[in-house]
Design a protein around this ligand. Sequence first.
Ligand SMILES: [Zn+2]
Length: 308
Amino acid sequence: MAGTRHLGIDLGATNLKWTVVGHDAGAWSVVAQDSVPTRTDGDPAGVPAAVVAQMTDVVRAAAATWGPLASVGIGVPGLYDPLAGSVRFLVNLPGPWAGHPVAAPISAATGLPVALINDARAFGLAELRLGAGRGAASMVGMTLGTGVGGVIAVDGRVHQGHDGTAGEIGHQVIDPDGPPCGCGSNGCLEAYARADRIAAACGTADVPEAVAAAQAGGARAIAGLAEIGRYLAVGIANMITVIAPDVVVIGGGVAQAGAPLFDPLMAELRRRVRMTSLDDVRIELAELGTWAGSIGAAVHGAERAGLA
Ligand SMILES: [Zn+2]
C-alpha cells in the first residue's frame, strides 16, 4: 500500500457516516465507506459518552480492516473548540454536549491524532480537494439541507477563522427586518432557505416533494423555488463580491431541482454581481453527495496532523 490512509467520521443525528481516504503523492482517493445508526437512544445524559465510545469503535474497526490509519477527522454538526477538541453546541443531537471532550478520548483510545471540523466546512474541504472545487484557489460552498451550511476557501485552504466558525454563509443577514433565525438573529439567509421554509414556499410537505412538484410543472412549487433561488443568489452574490472566488459549489437536496431553482438564481446573480465578472466564476453542483462530510473530515484530520 503506497501513501497513507485517513479516517473521517461525519457525526449526524441519525447516522455516523465514515470514509477511509488514501493520500498518495498529493492525490486523494476514497478507499472505503459505510454508515451506522448513531447511538442516541436511552437517557440523553448518557448520549455524548455513548456516541464518543461508538466513534472509538468505528475507528478501531476501520483500522483493523482498512488500516493502518494515520489520522482521524470528525465532522460535527455545530460549534466546537478546535484547541480543546471538545464540543460547544450540536444541532439536533440530544444530550449535554457543551464542553464534552471528543478528540482527546478517541485519540487516547486509538493512539491516533484526532481533529474536529464543522460538518459544512468538511463538505467544502471535500469538494475543494476531491470534488467540484478541485484545483481552485478560492471557493464559496453552500450545502442546502435542514439548514444552510456554508464554507469559504482562500489560497487553497478552507478558511476556519479563529474558532472554526468562519464561512457561515447561511447566517449572513439579507433582510434586517426578516423572519427570526434559529441562531438568534433575524433575516438570515437560512431563515428563508432552510428546508422547512422551502417546503412552505412551495406548498409541499418537504424538499423532495417540492423538487418533484416543480419538475412536474406545478405552478406553486415553481414560484416557490424561484423565490428561494432569488434569496440564495443574494447571499451568493454577497460572497462573490467579498471573495471573488474561482468557483461556487452548491450541494444538498434542493440543488437537484435544476432549472426551476437555477434559472431565477442565475438571473438574480447577474443582477447583483457588479464588481467582478460572473463569467469568470464557475457555478457548480457539488459532486460528492452525502459522503462529502466524512471525506472532508478525513482530509482535515490528515492536514491538521501535518500529513497532507
Ligand atoms: Zn441565523
